[in-house]
Design a protein around this ligand. Structure first.
Ligand code: NDP
Length: 312
């Protein structure tokens, strides 16, 4: 059986950047796209914060360009899913991966870039209006609501940070927290309560996102008094957490309590030799396309160094 030098799992900015660097280092990478080729960015419209695109670029186009760039240097992109892995625990060992169509692959190094998936509430109106004013990333999409009234759901550090970010751009931010307290750190809570244009609502949940094609308002319910209130908004931001896509690595790779892969120091190395992680699968703090791309580059360089060391 063929032994790949580098197998890359995942096709977001991290996976494709790893592929560009690995291909240019002659590691002949094979990249498996997963279920959602292009990753989370294919669900966004305009990407205005990736350096080098002064006019902005839409997410799906950017991912097609990244794929072409990776292929230009010889990356083989396969539209399939890896659904099982058997990692070697020894330096220089061969890792095994299995595709959903039953193919067994052997690789000297594996770069995991399987990303994370934003959690949504699951309301039909929320799902219908995704891309029409419902977003899970304030830093990506907040600018489109400049001077407008928006709402954000969640009470963790992400929601608090994004609420204060939005408050600088938007005229008013209504923040919905389902309990009578926030989970965010005290410092972040202070920042929220000290921002005059954040209207913080505790014990409040969404009944329905109002709007046909685009978000026009929000119907919300106080879960203590059962009072229903409707407010006009043009954007709704969901910030109730992310789930890293690490199910298949359980019991083999070190993860934190939320399932994010743990990497060593400033490198992308996991606890197993020859297995590296890049992008949102190992980053719950920054979660930006450009930071994912940066760690993808690092993973390819780390893989190259590892291969060099086992050859020496
Ligand atoms: P968290 O899991 O910490 O918080 C999720 C929030 O969403 C909670 O307030 C939770 O409410 C709420 N929530 C969950 N499900 C629902 C629902 N169905 N309806 C309404 N509300 C819901 O996620 P975060 O993304 O905020 O943070 C993840 C991790 O990243 C944390 O460890 C955080 O500290 C860290 N982080 C750190 C930052 C920093 O230091 N600068 C920035 C961003 C994140 P409840 O409390 O009721 O369960």
């Amino acid at each position: 059986m063929e032994v790949l030098k580098t197998l890359i799992i995942g096709s977001g900015p991290a996976g494709y950047t790893a592929a560009i660097y690995a291909a240019r280092a002659d590691l002949k990478p094979v990249l498996y796209t997963g279920m959602e080729p292009g990753g989370q960015l294919t669900t966004t419209t305009e990407v205005d914060n990736f350096p080098g695109y002064p006019e902005g670029i839409d997410g799906p186009t950017m991912m097609v360009q990244l794929q072409k760039q990776a292929e230009r240097f010889g990356t083989e992109v396969r539209i399939d899913m890896i659904n099982k892995v058997e990692f070697s625990k020894i330096t220089g060992g061969i890792h095994k991966a299995f595709t959903s169509s039953g193919t067994e692959l052997h690789a000297q190094t594996i770069i995991i870039s399987t990303g994370a998936t934003a959690k949504y509430l699951g309301l039909p109106s929320e799902q219908r209006l995704r891309g029409g004013g419902v977003s899970a990333c304030a830093v990506c999409d907040g600018f489109f609501y400049k001077g407008q009234e928006v709402a954000i759901v969640g009470g963790g550090d992400t929601a608090a940070e994004e609420a204060t970010y939005l408050a600088k751009i938007c005229s008013k931010v209504t923040m919905l927290v389902r309990k009578d307290q926030m989970r965010a750190s005290k410092a972040m809570q202070h920042r929220v309560t000290n921002t005059p244009n954040i209207d913080l609502r505790y014990n409040t949940e969404i009944e329905e996102v109002v709007g046909d094609q685009v978000v026009e308002g929000l119907r919300m319910r106080n879960n203590q008094t059962q009072t229903i209130e409707e407010i006009p908004i043009t954007g709704l931001f969901i910030a109730i957490g992310h789930k890293p896509n690490t199910e298949i690595f359980k019991d083999q790779l070190d993860m934190d309590e939320a399932g994010y892969l743990i990497t060593k120091g400033k490198t992308t190395a996991t606890n197993l030799p020859g297995v590296f992680a890049s992008g949102d699968v190992q980053d719950k703090e920054y979660r930006q396309a450009v930071t994912a791309a940066g760690t993808g580059c690092m993973a390819a360089l780390d893989a190259e160094r590892y291969l060099q060391e086992i050859e020496d």
